[in-house]
Write a protein that binds this ligand. Structure first.
Ligand SMILES: C[S@@+](CC[C@H](N)C(=O)[O-])C[C@H]1O[C@@H](n2cnc3c(N)ncnc32)[C@H](O)[C@@H]1O
Length: 190
């Protein structure tokens, strides 16, 4: 299932280059990948879809409105539908948008509803397992401490320049974000 209004309503959106919508490009990408018949695509804002949503979610991919209000709204609206063991992943966590990094740190890493967690490049992920998250707590909190140092630098939509930019890059390099070994990752979340 996907949800996107396909009208580039926020600063993080793709450049439509004169087109009114990315809908046709999206459909042809699905067709080219041979998955058009199995993808349930909603042309809407996530908050409008959430109102009537009533199915369990096993993978929640958040890559919509990257403002803090937008990303927080997405996790708030959909977290109640997470199935035990679900993966939540956010794009652009190690980018200078305020939303993804704050939601990753404050809503996922700081919450005992989540067990294993990490970053693969700029994708931040965590597994929803409220019943047995304890053994991952220390690792999750340690990652949160490092990642949280980026937040003051990206708050209020500041454009980073000079020393602030250098500081951001240094602090970002100290946040572990190498791709995990796929087999080890699957064992961890199984
Ligand atoms: C950074 S782009 C990512 C698009 C897509 N996930 C990809 O990787 O190509 C952000 C997308 O979020 C969509 N978007 C912005 N606000 C949204 C909202 N409130 N609900 C759903 N989608 C939204 C935009 O239309 C845009 O297509």
């Amino acid at each position: 299932m996907t949800v996107d209004p396909h009208t580039a309503p926020s600063v993080t959106d793709p450049d439509l280059q004169g087109q009114a919508s990315s809908w046709d490009d999206f459909r042809s990408t699905l067709r080219a990948a041979g998955v058009e018949a199995v993808v349930e695509a909603h042309r809407a804002f996530s908050r409008d879809l959430a109102r009537a949503w009533d199915r369990p979610i096993r993978l929640l991919w958040i890559d919509g409105d990257h403002t803090y209000a937008g990303a927080k709204e997405d996790i708030d609206l959909f977290r109640r539908h997470l199935a035990d063991g679900a993966i939540v992943a956010l794009h652009d966590v190690l980018h200078t948008f305020e939303g993804p990094i704050r939601v990753f740190v404050e809503e996922l890493l700081a919450s005992d509803d989540f067990g294993p967690a990490g970053l693969c490049g700029s994708i931040g992920w965590a597994q929803y397992r409220p019943r047995d998250s304890g053994r991952w707590r220390a690792a999750r909190v340690a990652l949160g401490r490092r990642a949280a140092r980026l937040i003051p630098l990206v708050q209020r939509g500041r454009e980073l320049r000079g020393l602030a930019k250098l500081r951001y890059k240094l602090l970002r390099a100290l946040v572990p974000h190498a791709a995990p070994d796929p087999a080890a990752w699957v064992r961890m979340v199984s």
